[in-house]
Design a protein around this ligand. Structure first.
Ligand code: THU
Length: 147
């Protein structure tokens, strides 16, 4: 997806990002849990990148959707992010609840975006909640902590 949401109003941006996260569930590879997660990352340039969870028969090798999309971005030289939207539910069904990011994904968000990152959890295009990462991960550990 290549959109320029900065030209739109705030709620329209949020809706677009939520829609991209819901859409990204189709990229999930989740044959073990059948729980498909989509994540959509808004870059500082206004681009939206998408990713899904990628499971493994050795369960611990599974990668969450949020880390998939962040690593995809960082590995292409993008490190400035404004917001991330997440949507998850059982394969083939609409989400029944908000999919909050796991602790490891919150830590990865902290590394590349910090506390001001907007985190949107979307149940549908119109039903979503919005947070600051700093509220989901208070007293976050970052590079500045290592001294
Ligand atoms: N999962 C995510 O993709 N993101 C999260 O933040 C939590 C969990 C995935 C991992 C696994 O493939 C499935 O959801 C069930 O845990």
């Amino acid at each position: 997806m290549n959109t320029k949401p900065e030209k739109k109003g705030q709620s329209e941006c949020t809706e677009r990002l939520g829609r991209a996260a819901l859409d990204a569930r189709r990229f999930a590879y989740a044959p073990y849990s059948r729980y498909t997660v989509g994540a959509a990352l808004l870059t500082a340039e206004g681009d939206i990148l998408q990713g899904g969870n990628i499971e493994n028969a050795s369960y611990g090798a599974t990668n969450c959707a949020e880390r998939t999309v962040i690593f995809k971005a960082v590995s292409e030289g993008r490190r400035n992010f404004t917001a991330i939207a997440i949507a998850g539910g059982m394969e083939g069904a609409e989400p029944v609840d908000y999919a909050y990011p796991c602790g490891i994904c919150r830590q990865v968000m902290q590394e590349f975006a910090g506390g001001e990152l907007i985190v949107i959890v979307a149940k549908s295009v119109t039903d979503y909640r919005e947070y600051r990462l700093g509220d989901l991960l208070p007293y976050g550990f970052g590079g500045e902590s290592i001294q």
